[in-house]
Ligand binder design. Structure first.
Ligand code: OXD
Ligand code: MN
Length: 593
């Protein structure tokens, strides 16, 4: 019988010839192999074992100082035609990209082991799922992939049934930022990443496969790969409705996915179920509705700011079997970050490996942080007390509502509903956030991030918008589309809405709209709740805050139209006409000059 893994083995061999590792180890997914790798990684000082009782099965890792975040300017989509990649991606021709990166990969694994990680994004064998195989010279990557995906022999068996997989090659090489490249070849179902050790660049199942490559496949195969959390809201009668929500980075997606009902709503007996915090793969089922899975098996979340108030469920999730990257290591072998619970430690080892004490400042007098602002934890979803019991189900969950959100100090009300799918696509396509003081650049500057996919859409975004429009047309029971803004401020810059658990009050209205049990007021931008339709019991918010958080300024919206027009123009002729129609309709509804 022909070897069903022939293609895989031939590819592993050719990559080994290029990278020249000393040995090749296949990851089988066993506990025993994982433990061995952990021991080896501790011995080689790639990771530090944390306190066995306080943080069992947990490790601390530091990346290189210049390798702490995704490097979008070194990330490319390599299609034969440049137009395929669109104005939203950096582009390089496949030939140039392979040639250039081959030089960096050549001999890069000498003296190291090449690990072969067969992994499945989504439950092994589900019709939603995609298989990848990552080759890497980093044990840290292996240990992270074992948390973030389903990896090992079960996936090889699946590959024997269906020999299709994304070829993912990674080498940390010299970790040289001047030779760093994150390359996507959607036409070859291939990803190459070299000279980085940071999660978003090297855990190739995540952003690279599950968003950039998958979005390309989804368009061809008629489904959707989105940068969305998925959560279930259970009523006391046991009925659960699911929503999928897209927010740009730093808008609290992870916190929302595991929200705790506020005390005022507790009497209603809601329970929240977390399906995913970052990525949703969605397909139309035979019932004409959209069904979703989270392709990941873990969370790769931002540590700073995670505490019992912002996200108590995550605090519980990261108590075991978690890898902490670039946080502060305390002398008792536990970890800390800015915005963690409890007192600030008196000393520790900072994310750069230096001795640290509170109050230290740099040459410019700026505080030296113990943890990098983008320090992370990698934790299994099964650790999460609110993890959905449907996570392992091959069929996923039915989506009632799609929610888009941005960080807007002005303009966007707390919540509004689009008039229909096409208008909803316009709302998603014009999503934006205002720059905060925490980011480099001009405060208040509006940054467009359609569907929160700008850095992750693996093809021309104009075609992506067409794909969204086409998906809506194929559904008999499409989800309703909403926009939320938890970040509206008053004239003094103070938040008008408390956020966190209280956001459930908004989700409640959203679900009532989906079930036709709540009224709404029609405004030029969409439907907003009628007065008193947001349950305010236990909220104690000044009346004027509620008015302000729902106010819609025609003047500001007319200004917004200018930004939208400018943004749409970047896509030239490719932009679907439907979006210009929506633009004109909004302009007309807003009236005035
Ligand atoms: C992430 C991101 O890490 O969106 O999830 O940057
Ligand atoms: Mn993300």
């Amino acid at each position: 019988m022909a070897d069903k893994l022939q293609e895989l083995k031939a590819w592993v061999k050719s990559c080994a010839e290029l990278c020249q590792p000393d040995e090749i180890v296949w990851i089988n997914g066993s506990e025993e192999q994982k433990k061995r790798l952990e021991r080896e990684a501790v011995a080689s000082e790639e990771i530090v074992a944390l306190h066995p009782k306080k943080l069992p099965g947990c490790f601390w890792h530091r990346t290189a100082i210049n390798d702490v975040a995704r490097t979008e300017h070194l990330t490319y989509v390599c299609t034969r035609k440049k137009e395929e990649a669109g104005p939203n991606n950096n582009w390089m021709s496949p030939r140039e990209a392979y040639e250039k990166a081959s030089e960096y990969f050549r001999g890069s694994m000498k003296g190291r082991t090449m690990y072969v990680i067969p992994f499945s994004m989504g439950p092994v064998g589900s019709i939603f799922s995609k298989v990848g195989v990552e080759l890497t010279d980093s044990r840290y990557v292996v240990l992270n992939m074992l948390i973030m995906s389903r990896a090992g022999d079960a996936v090889l068996n699946q590959l024997k049934k269906k020999p299709e997989f994304t070829k993912c090659l990674h080498s940390k090489a010299e970790l040289d930022i001047t030779k760093r490249l994150i390359l996507h070849f959607p036409e070859d179902n291939t990803i190459w990443s070299v000279n980085s050790g940071y999660g978003g660049n090297v855990l190739l199942g995540k952003k690279c496969l599950s968003l950039r490559i998958a979005s390309h496949q989804a368009r061809q195969e008629g489904w959707m790969a989105e940068h969305m959390l998925i959560m279930g809201i259970e009523e006391p009668n046991g009925h659960i409705e699911y929503i999928a929500a897209a927010f740009p980075s730093a808008c609290g997606k992870t916190n929302l996915a595991m929200l705790i009902p506020p005390s005022g709503l507790k009497r209603k007996g809601y329970r929240i179920w977390t399906v995913g915090d970052d990525i949703a793969w969605m397909r139309i089922d035979t019932d004409g509705s959209l069904w979703a899975i989270n392709p990941e098996a873990g969370f790769f979340g931002v540590a700073p700011g995670t505490n019992m108030k912002s996200n108590p469920m995550m605090v519980k999730t990261i108590k075991k079997n978690t890898i902490f990257t670039n946080v502060l290591l305390k002398p008792d072998k536990t970890v800390w970050w800015e915005g963690a619970d409890g007192p600030v430690p008196l000393k520790g080892t900072d994310w750069q490996g230096r001795p640290w004490q509170p109050g230290m400042t740099d040459e410019q007098g700026k505080p030296i942080l113990g943890a990098h602002p983008n320090s992370r934890f990698t934790a299994p979803i099964v650790n999460c007390p609110t993890a959905s019991f449907r996570l392992q189900q091959h069929h996923g969950v039915p989506i009632s509502a799609i929610v888009f959100g941005g960080r807007r100090a002005h303009l966007a009300p707390l919540v509004y509903q689009s008039f229909n799918w096409q208008h909803g696509v316009f709302v998603g396509a014009t999503m934006a956030s205002e720059r905060t003081a925490a980011q480099v650049g001009k405060v208040g500057e509006v940054r467009r991030d359609p569907m929160a996919m700008l850095p992750f859409c693996g093809y021309n975004m104009a075609d992506y918008f067409s794909h969204w429009l086409g998906m809506g047309a194929k559904m008999t029971n499409p989800p309703k589309i909403f926009h939320v803004n938890w970040f509206r401020t008053d004239e003094n810059g103070k938040f008008l809405w408390p956020g966190f658990g209280d956001n459930l009050r908004v989700l409640e209205w959203i679900l009532e709209r989906c079930n036709n049990t709540a009224g709404a007021v029609k405004t030029p931008i969409g439907y907003i709740p009628k007065v008193n339709e947001i349950d305010k019991r236990g909220l104690h918010l000044p009346k004027e805050n509620m008015e302000k958080v729902f106010s819609i300024s025609r003047k500001e919206w007319r200004e917004e139209l200018k930004g939208i027009k400018e943004f749409f123009r970047e896509f030239g002729e490719d932009l679907p006409d439907e979006l210009w129609q929506e633009y004109k309709a909004l302009k007309k509804r807003l009236g005035g000059a």
